[in-house]
Design a protein around this ligand. Structure first.
Ligand code: AMP
Length: 607
């Protein structure tokens, strides 16, 4: 079953190098020889794997569904959906294409034009996929929102993106959108996807059932410019509002190439990406890449449950599985025994992304599934996988792997004059940088030219991650260079958490940090100083936790809150989250030269 041989311990860590024997792998990996493929690679040549629009141009939806609908894959299952209650729906490529075209016609019927923003706030239901592909077909810009967001992150993102359309469900609309709708003047249409039997009209909304099924399936795609904006993915920085990373239709070339080399998709594959399309992985790899490759894309509506997942891997005969470290650690907790009894013989390749994957996680894959989890690295801004452990390449547990063909990665040091110097010596820590120009590189942060510009130094895009590169060119993640928090694979901006807490009448100031957690990587912990007249108490703590959860939603809200008399600030007034974190973890406090000496206590001192 496995083509791995254990080797003596690598020079780099206490973990055995997992050797691959490419010749024994079936089917032969697309990337069987890393060096040779890299040398022979060009983006221009890779473009031949795509079709392009018949009248010229490049459109993600055409590459993902419409071209297959008129080719040999028309009747192949494109989307296999398993609902929370076990119900199933299947769409062939021909059907998915028809439904997407109907949605595109419906948008045009509503007067929604090219470049207008369509926000999706949906759980993993088939209409999400239809709406995404339909909106892309109509050259509208898609912005997916995580359905576990609370009203505040939703309002911020739709407001910043000037959303014209929101597709959601009656339940999500009532709980999260109705109360903020008046603050969103750009939002002209709200389309509600109802469940069977749920047909209560909701004021100010249109019903999917009345709009889409009757719309024309004869929508002709416009001759989309590859540089036309396609996707708007909000991501978080240390300060300020979230950043709207802008991606273009031409990004589909990266989705194609990474599907080929990093996920090793072959035509008969049943592919399962467990990420939610509310985040970039769930869009690039939960929708686009597998469909571009014409494989069957499995969509599971239910949240994580190890036994359910093992059951699905077995019964659906999943061949390629793309998941995340938090889920892997949850499975590890149950032990390898829990996997026994499931027939997982179809599983060929397993990959992981989004947060550091512990070497133990890689090896758990070997013990439990007979093959390692292949860690790979990328981020919202890169649009697709940039560094990966490839099917035919030795795995060094703990390493993110090597750069994709067509991607040049380096470890750099920022110089005081604003330039960067490439660090050539192996295993020296620096910032991970990528040579600009790959097809899915973000084209800007919405409305924030300066913030975008600052991400680049000459030819290099600076990722904000700290890493090392070893003498064989494998990259090793070290940490973030900034204060963003990664919890269960979701990037959380401390500023968004702090702003929500500050809206509470008792809070004078707030700071949020990521506190290490053995399962989800980091949990959000907040520190607050109270306004005069308020006293710290257990009751207030609970109230603040509830307040944050209501505003931000469970995915973003802090899990812990501590009171402080005052929060440490720099002389220029910035809260020193790093210092709070060091104190919380009992670590050295580092350079305190910029700490304001007078940490004036706020009223309502902590107990
Ligand atoms: P996002 O933009 O939400 O996809 O988050 C991207 C960030 O997640 C990266 O900049 C890293 O900090 C982290 N990340 C993604 N993949 C990995 C990985 N394989 N190992 C370590 N960190 C990762």
């Amino acid at each position: 079953m496995t083509a791995l041989r254990d080797d003596p311990v690598t020079a780099l860590g206490a973990w055995p190098r997992l050797r691959k024997d490419p010749a024994s792998l079936v089917p032969r990996p697309h990337l069987a020889d890393y060096e040779a493929t890299r040398q022979g690679f060009s983006w221009e040549a890779a473009r031949s794997g795509l079709s392009g629009l018949p009248g010229g141009g490049l459109n993600i939806a055409h590459e993902a569904v419409h071209r297959h609908a008129s080719g040999p894959r028309a009747e192949r299952t494109a989307l296999r959906w398993i609902g929370k209650d076990g119900s199933r729906r299947e769409f062939s490529y021909a059907q998915l294409s028809t439904e997407a075209r109907r949605f595109a016609s419906a948008l045009r019927g509503l007067g929604v034009g090219a470049g207008e923003r369509v926000f999706l706030l949906l759980g993993r239901i088939p209409e999400l996929y239809v709406a995404m592909l339909g909106a892309l077909s109509a050259e509208a810009v898609v912005s997916p929102l995580f359905s576990a967001f609370g009203p505040e992150p939703i309002a911020t993102r739709i407001g910043m993106g000037r959303g014209a359309v929101l597709v959601t469900t009656p339940e999500l609309y009532r709980r999260k959108v109705e109360g903020i709708r008046a603050s969103l003047p750009s939002l002209r249409h709200v389309i509600l996807v109802e469940r069977a039997g749920e047909a209560e009209p909701v004021a100010g909304t249109v019903r999917w059932a009345e709009l889409v099924p009757g719309a024309s399936p004869d929508f002709a795609l416009p001759p989309t410019d590859p540089e036309a904006l396609a996707l708007l993915h909000f991501t978080s920085g240390t300060t300020g509002r979230p950043k709207g990373a802008m991606h273009v239709h031409g990004a589909v070339l990266t989705h194609y190439v990474t599907g080929l080399y990093a996920l090793d998709l072959h035509e008969d594959d049943i592919f399962w990406c467990t990420a939610d399309p509310g985040w970039v992985t769930g869009t690039s790899y939960g929708v686009i890449a597998p469909l571009v490759h014409g494989v069957t894309n499995l969509v599971v509506e239910a949240e994580f449950d190890a036994q359910t997942w093992y059951g699905i891997l077995a019964s659906e005969k999943v061949t390629v599985w793309y998941t995340a470290p938090t889920a892997i650690r949850m499975m590890m907790k149950l032990g390898v025994e829990a996997v026994r009894g499931y027939d997982l013989s179809h599983l060929r390749f397993m990959a992981s992304v989004g947060e550091p994957l512990n070497p133990e996680g890689v090896l758990f894959g070997v013990e439990a599934f007979g093959r390692p989890f292949h860690d790979n690295w990328w981020q919202t801004e890169t649009g697709g996988i940039m560094i990966a452990n490839f099917a035919a390449m030795d795995v060094k547990p703990g390493s993110m792997g090597r750069p994709l063909p067509g991607i040049e990665a380096a470890i750099v040091r920022r110089e005081p004059d604003g330039t960067v110097a490439v660090i050539e010596e192996p295993m020296v820590e620096g910032e991970l940088a990528l040579k600009r120009g790959w097809p899915s590189m973000f084209r800007g942060y919405l409305g924030e030219e300066e913030r975008y510009r600052k991400c680049f130094a000459g030819e290099w895009y600076l990722t904000g991650d700290l890493a090392k590169r070893d003498e064989e060119g494998y990259f090793w993640f070290v940490g973030r260079a900034d204060d963003v928090i990664k919890s269960a694979g979701h990037l959380i901006g401390p500023f968004e958490v702090e702003s929500a807490l500050m809206e509470h009448p008792a809070v004078a100031e707030a700071a949020a940090i990521g506190k290490p957690d053995p399962i989800v990587g980091e949990v959000v912990k907040a520190f607050v100083a109270l306004k005069p007249g308020f006293a710290a108490s257990e009751e207030l703590r609970r109230e603040l936790l509830g307040h944050a959860r209501k505003r931000l939603g469970p995915a973003v809200a802090p899990k812990e809150i501590d009171f402080r008399d005052t929060l440490p600030r720099t002389r220029s007034g910035k809260i020193m989250r790093r210092l709070l974190k060091a104190r919380e973890l009992g670590l050295p406090e580092g350079d305190l030269s910029t700490l304001e000496s007078d940490e004036r206590p706020a009223a309502g001192a902590a107990p």
